[in-house]
Ligand binder design. Sequence first.
Ligand code: AVJ
Length: 319
Amino acid sequence: MTAFDTATSHQIVDSGFAADVLAGLSDNPKWISSKHLYDKRGSELFDKICGLDEYYVTRAEAEIMRASSAEIVEQLGGPVNLIEFGSGSSMKTRLLLDHLDPASVYLPVDVSREHLEESCEALAADFPELAIEPLPGDFTQPIELPEWADNGLANVTYFPGSTLGNFEEADAIGLLKNMRSLCGDDGQALIGVDLQKDPQVIHAAYNDREGVTAEFTKNLLRRINRELGAEIPVDDFDYHAHYNTAKGRIEAALVSRCDQRHEVRGREISFGRGEPIRTEYSHKYTIPQFAAMADQAGFELRRQWNDRRRYFAVLLMSP
Ligand code: AVJ
C-alpha cells in the first residue's frame, strides 16, 4: 500500500463480473469495463502503479492537496456534508478532513461494503469528532441521501483521483449530473482531473519500464481464469496502451498474440491474432473541455488548483 492511494475498490459479492465479461467478449470489438480491474490483486497492483516513477498522476494530486487543502476547505465556508465518490480511505481525503470543520458529516460512497467499513473504522480513529456515515452504493447510478442528511448543511461532492477519466464523455457527464443533483442549489463539487500534457509523459505513465501496468491489466485475464474457471493463457496476450492525441485519451487493450479459442462459462470465445480486448480509457482534459462538460451537467467552474508542473487540476464547481 503506498502512502497516497488506495485503489477505488469495485469488489462486491456480485459485481456482474461474469455477465459483463461474457457480454464484452461476445461484442465486436471486444471490451471489458475497467471497473473489473480492481479485485484484491488488481487493487494491490494499482497501489504499486501509484508509486512508479513514470506514474505522475497520484503524486501530482497529492502535491495539490498537501499545498491547498486548507484553502480548498476555506472555500466550502463552514461545516458541510462531504460526499465522496469511490474509495474513502486515501491520503488525499485525509488531507481534506484535516482541515474540515468538525461539525461536518463525511459520507463515502462505495460499492464494496467491506472496503467502506474498513476505511470508515480507520478514519473514525483518526477523526473522532467527525460524523462518518458510509453509503454503500454505485456512484454511477443516481444516489439517494438518507433523510437525516437533510440536516441544514450544504452538500459537497468530492471525486478525486481522475477516476472520471475512465468514462466516455456521455457517461462522464452522467456522473457529473449525479454530483449536481446531490449538491442541490447551495452545494459545490470538488473533482480531481488529469490534464493534457506532453504525450510522451502520458505514454510513459501507462507503459512503465517494470511492466507493472501490463501486469495490472493482465490480471483481468487471471481474474477471469480464477473466478470464471477459464484457462486463458495470459502469456498469449500483450498489453498495449496508446495515447490518442486527437481524443486526448489513453486507450489500453490486451491484444491476442495468435489465433486462439477458449471456453468461458460454457461459451466458446475466439480471438484472432492481433485482436484487441479494450480494457481502459483514461481521458486527459483541457480546462475549457472540462468546463464544457461541467456546463452540460449544470456546473460552473469556480476555482482551480494545480501542481507546479500543471499536470493535474483540482477543480471546485458550483451550480
Ligand atoms: C485510477 C482511473 C485514475 O486512469 O490513470 C493507472 C487507472 N490505469 N494505470 C488512471 C490506471 C493504468 C487510473 N485511474
